[in-house]
Design a binder for this molecule. Structure first.
Ligand code: F6P
Length: 545
């Protein structure tokens, strides 16, 4: 990608600041009142998803300004570059080809697509083999449980997809271990029989401390249960781009599924990193998951900006972050099966766009990725929604609202939907002090008490939210949903002028962690550490007895 002008250098940046100031003096409700077509017009549909972005502090002229800004930032050319396989990851000199992982044609990237197809064939074989009961362990028992050992992108995506698609699961149970805290592995293994357990060591680099440590412990667990070293081939698969390291660990090439340097970990659930999901839901459902994502890719690639859902969501993120001062973004899936969505999106958005220099290394003088947080509705309503409604922070929200349930309990699900819609509306309308006072009088309080309490019940409202609906959570809509947020993240990165596909900021902590580990193990002295770290290491030593 050629160097682009930075956000603050774009022609529409200043006019948009003026729009933001004007809009801060109005209300979303006033925008609805002045524009009867708003509820219908501020909606988009793509790949089985529908986005209602009408409850935003955004007027038609401001929206038009944002779309011009996207043109000025050359977003359309950046989208083309992404799909063409240009080296959009300029600091690592690589393309970012996650869209190819769910493509049904090569888009001119024949060599890479060939590898993708081979990888898919391997995935299908393993998924079918396991689901057909054709893989047995060292004791002769058929494999019934699969444990994915990975972290970050090698964990969060598969874990989310597997949990979200629980109604589609077959007979094999999938488990996920990520943390280097031994309790994570220990808790998981407690319920498993070594003879019928298969581990997938999922690590693009095969160098990640947490994953290697847990894999070694899993290997020992298997050996201690009576498996021989030769038996381990029945119990360990790897997904990696580092075949040598996998072989050194003891996993032969025949048990390795591929990963490539042109796929970022957080964009990799579509590859063999998603093998545990393909095993859990079966190959046909996994293909539907890929197809849903591909449908979103086609929309993103082909649709003009004004109707382009990921682009629009990226612009909204920019609008709140850079023009209205929101430093966070809350995602509220009103569906228990999507409760891991905020975790997944945290890595996707904050590892991608938590950057402070431009693609060409210039220091940025504006905010980038807001903190993303959230949890499943209605759980959050009884904890942090207080802050959403009456706190001092502006928290733009995404409500993710599947319209039907797989539970067979539609009446109870209706309550969930009512709560989601109520929260989105309440954020917008709030309640004035007068209305609060009136409500208190109605409850029988006297004038003095109603006046005293009214400010505590008043809610400013005018708090923005999107509502993203789909008929149900199924493989296809889930694929579309994850691809939507991937592309939205890319759009925001382009608008901020940053490279969304590297993650240099995670390196130094790993290096220092390695040095501290050596010092805790007594293998080196702690002289190079600061006094606070030295004191804490002493405290740890004392606790070891
Ligand atoms: O440390 C961050 C990170 O590199 C993520 O980007 C990645 O998803 C995760 O670690 C796991 O990496 P790997 O798949 O190589 O073990």
């Amino acid at each position: 990608m050629a160097a682009r002008p930075l956000l603050t250098e774009l022609a529409d940046y200043r006019p948009l600041q003026a729009f933001a100031t004007q809009l801060q003096a109005t209300s979303i409700e006033a925008l609805f009142a002045a524009d009867p077509a708003r509820a219908g017009d501020f909606t988009l549909a793509a790949a089985g998803l529908r986005l209602d972005f009408s409850k935003h502090l955004l007027s038609r002229p401001a929206l038009a300004g944002l779309l011009r800004l996207a043109e000025q930032a050359r977003l359309p050319a950046a989208i083309t570059a992404l799909f063409d396989g240009d080296k959009v990851n300029n600091t690592e000199d690589r393309p970012a080809l996650h869209t190819l992982l769910r493509a049904t044609s090569s888009h001119g990237l024949d060599t890479e697509f060939d590898e993708v197809r081979k990888g898919r064939a391997q995935m299908r074989q393993w998924a079918q083999r396991l689901n057909n009961g054709e893989q047995s362990g060292f004791s002769g028992a058929v494999i019934t449980d699969v444990v994915n050992i990975g972290i970050g992108g090698s964990d969060l995506g598969p874990r989310l997809v597997s949990e979200a698609l629980r109604p589609f699961h077959g007979d094999i149970s999938c488990h996920y271990v990520a943390n280097v805290d031994p309790a994570d592995l220990q808790d998981t293994l407690l319920e498993l029989d070594p003879g019928s357990t298969l581990f997938i060591v999922c690590s693009k680099s095969f160098r990640t401390e947490e994953t290697l440590t847990n894999s070694l412990a899993a290997r020992n667990w298997m050996l201690n249960a009576g498996a021989s070293v030769a038996d381990l081939d029945r119990h360990f698969l790897a997904v990696t781009s580092n075949l040598q390291a996998a072989a050194d660990f003891g996993i032969p090439a025949a048990n390795c599924l591929p990963m490539w340097d042109w796929v970022g970990g957080r964009y990799s659930v579509w590859s063999a990193v998603g093998l545990s999901c393909a095993i859990a839901v079966g190959w046909e459902h996994f293909e539907q998951f890929l197809a849903g994502a591909e449908a979103m890719d086609e929309h993103f690639h082909g649709c003009p900006l004004q109707a382009n859902m990921p682009a629009l969501m990226g612009l909204l993120e920019l609008w709140y972050c850079n023009f209205l001062g929101a430093g966070n973004h809350v995602v509220l899936p009103y569906d228990h099966s999507l409760r891991k969505l905020p975790d997944f999106l945290q890595q996707l958005t904050m590892e991608s766009n938590g950057k402070r220099v431009s693609r060409d290394g210039r220091q940025l003088a504006y905010s980038t990725a807001p903190v993303l947080w959230g949890s499943a509705g209605t759980i959050g309503q009884h904890s942090f929604h207080q802050l959403l409604h009456q706190g001092t922070l502006l928290c733009p929200a995404d409500f993710v609202l599947p319209l039907t349930t797989h539970t067979g309990m539609p009446e109870q699900h209706r309550r969930l939907v009512a709560n989601g819609l109520a929260q989105s509306r309440t954020l917008m309308v709030g309640r004035s002090a007068d209305a609060a006072r009136e409500a208190l009088l109605q409850r029988g309080l006297d004038e003095a008490e109603a006046t005293r309490l009214a400010p505590h019940l008043a809610m400013p409202g005018n708090r923005p939210s999107s509502v993203l609906t789909m008929d149900s959570v199924n493989p296809s809509t889930l694929g579309a949903l994850l691809a939507l947020y991937e592309h939205r993240t890319f759009c925001s990165g382009v608008l901020w002028g940053i490279n969304s596909f590297d993650q240099w900021g995670v390196e130094l902590g790993k290096e220092i962690g390695t040095r501290i580990l050596a010092q805790l193990a007594g293998e080196s002295a702690g002289g190079d550490m600061d006094p606070a770290t030295r004191r804490l290491m002493d405290e740890w030593r004392a606790a070891q007895g």
